[in-house]
Design a protein around this ligand. Sequence first.
Ligand code: GDD
Ligand code: MG
Length: 353
Amino acid sequence: MKALILVGGFGTRLRPLTFSMPKPLVDFCNKPMILHQIEALKAAGVTEVVLAINHQQPEVMLNFVKEYEKKLEMKITFSQETEPLGTAGPLALARDKLIDESGKPFFVLNSDVICEYPLLEMIEFHKNHGAEASIMVTKVEDPSKYGVVVMEQESRRVESFVEKPKRFVGDKINAGIYLLNPSVLDRIELRRTSIEKEIFPEIASEKKLYAMVLHGFWMDIGQPRDYLTGQRMYLNYLRKNMPGELLASGDGIIGNVMADETGVIGERCLIGPDVVIGPGCVIEPGVRLFGCTVMRGSRIKEHACVSDSIVGWDSTVGSWARVADITVLGKDVQVADAEVIQMSAKPEIIQKV
Ligand code: GDD
Ligand code: MG
């Protein structure tokens, strides 16, 4: 089986992290975002993944592909647009890569969503309804920033699909995971086009689109606040499903904490809940961390406090400093001793120039 992941865009909402790393490679719980998806696709029997990219192919993306093609024994290729083709155009561009002789359906994923990925269940769902396309939906409190799906309760047939509705039409939203028959490709022209605005409404009007309700957690992690909420949900999921394997325990650890084994945590620290510490990090004595991520190679000096924030790669937070309130530090940032970085409403963007 094959899959395409939409990895276009510049990840502006995750700056300054995305100044140093393409969004799909930004770490989420100590793994590049896109690796969560590729591993889930592999577990569902996918052998070939096409990454649909629309900006210059950075070296770092190529290195990632080389490394994981080998590790996962999968074929991972690029389909590169010369200009952004939206969320449907990239499928037309990759048409030859997606169709195989067997005529099997293929997966399409947005690159910035995190969930349990019940993809095997989705294949069953798709077989059972026998129509042209399946989309995964989930319930959210504020549906206005998503694609809203209205469906027939029993059959799960989609009656209408409205992208970013201005008024309330329902609370089930498009989770950004699709399983499509190859015939869907005949509906898409090779130009900038939106699968949500042009293709799904058309398939729904022909009664050939079905929606599977996703159980468990789901989050679009393309913005700092949502990233941290997604992290809390993911750690909670690990706690329920595989607690001993990935979560830390011991003195000074509170609630759900993931700490890479190559990191060092000093004495009298208080870590957690909802903290991720990356490889090679040094957390010096007396540090307080909660609701945050400290990425690979960073150092948090004595008695500093980091909360509800993201510390990018190879950064340093000085002694007695305080970083809080959805602050996002980029790569190689130095926060001086005793400095306070705290923004209430909007993210503080800090990047070494
Ligand atoms: N290759 C390519 N080319 N990819 C693109 C392009 C493009 O021109 N434009 C966007 N993408 C990719 C993004 O990288 C992302 O993975 C996906 O397409 C969706 O784009 P977003 O910009 O993240 O859209 P959104 O979050 O506002 O809304 C989408 O996702 C929601 C769920 O998170 C829609 O699909 C909504 O219907 C959905 O509810
Ligand atoms: Mg998104």
